[in-house]
Design a protein around this ligand. Sequence first.
Ligand SMILES: Nc1ncnc2c1ncn2[C@@H]1O[C@H](COP(=O)(O)OP(=O)(O)OP(=O)(O)O)[C@@H](O)[C@H]1O
Ligand SMILES: O=P(O)(O)O[C@@H]1O[C@H]([C@H](O)CO)[C@@H](O)[C@H](O)[C@@H]1O
Length: 165
Amino acid sequence: MMMWTKDKILSQAKLLPVVAGWQAAGEKVVFTNGCFDLLHLGHVDYLEKARHLGNRLVVGLNTDASVSCLKPGRPLQDEVSRARVLASLLFVDAVVLFGEQTPLTLIEAVRPDILVKGDDYQLSGIVGHEVVLQNGGQVLTVPLVVGYSTTRIVERILQSSQGLV
Ligand SMILES: Nc1ncnc2c1ncn2[C@@H]1O[C@H](COP(=O)(O)OP(=O)(O)OP(=O)(O)O)[C@@H](O)[C@H]1O
Ligand SMILES: O=P(O)(O)O[C@@H]1O[C@H]([C@H](O)CO)[C@@H](O)[C@H](O)[C@@H]1O
């Protein structure tokens, strides 16, 4: 049965029993996180690959307040929009917002089987890698699709707009 995308967006309190149920059924839960401001091919490719590393994909999404601390001038899209766009992806099973500067507390609560980031991150630099490894899980990276980033999209928009004046 096709889920409504908004029903994939869960509070942490509602997410934890859902994850526990998946794991009790023997499903490997993959967790990743990010700002996902303007969704692009790199995000889609990496999220799809992350999903295929296990059986379920949970995406931790930085709130607007969290993003603005990490990336001044961002986000360009609010958290409601960013969450809904992520939830619309077939291979995303759940989206959960977090307001801290890092997803450490969330990862400690979710206890995913697999933690994934793009390979713009070194394994040792991935927040939560110690927790997941201590729990017997895996920490993996997915190769970047070269040439794609939200920053690059913004730069190209600015360049093209300058050409219009
Ligand atoms: N080109 C890409 N290919 C694969 N994965 C990517 C790519 N760009 C970002 N990611 C991954 O997507 C996740 C979210 O990253 P983020 O939202 O910072 O995207 P971004 O495009 O790099 O944004 P920004 O340009 O603002 O840094 C991270 O795990 C990152 O590793
Ligand atoms: O979209 P980004 O900038 O890749 O996401 C950040 O990732 C950080 C990462 O998990 C560090 O290992 C995280 O700490 C931060 O909150 C953003 O989600």
